[in-house]
Design a protein. Structure first.
Length: 119
């Protein structure tokens, strides 16, 4: 079973569960991604009578996208992969080729602007 996560859109979140030859998808609009992503993943898995421990791979869109959105999606994918001891692949928007590893690094649309410059 493979989980696909795409949080690169500023409003719309997309997750897909691939079980053998079947695809189960969910998308929703939110400004509170960090509060809704894991509950929605859990609900999609449970709705299809599976357990989170059934996951074998995770694919996450690593960018480009907005800093907080990309960071949340990639961090969630990395944490799940680490906790389940499975592989994770990061793809860029529109990319099909996947290379699985233990960690995905985000690719931001532009450098993060977290604090104001001291100049």
């Amino acid at each position: 079973m493979t989980l696909f996560i795409d949080t690169t859109d500023n409003d719309l979140v997309k997750i897909t569960l691939l079980v053998k030859d079947k695809k189960f998808s969910k998308q929703w609009r939110t400004r509170r991604l960090s509060e809704t992503l894991m509950p929605q993943i859990s609900a999609l898995i449970e709705k299809n009578k599976k357990k989170i421990s059934d996951l074998k791979k995770i694919i996450v869109v690593r960018g480009p996208g907005f800093f907080s959105r990309v960071r949340t999606g990639v961090a969630t994918a990395n944490a799940l992969a680490y906790g389940l001891n499975i592989r994770v692949a990061g793809v860029e928007v529109g990319q099909k080729e996947k290379k699985f590893s233990r960690l995905v690094l985000p690719f931001y649309q532009k450098p993060p602007n977290i604090t104001k410059s001291k100049r």
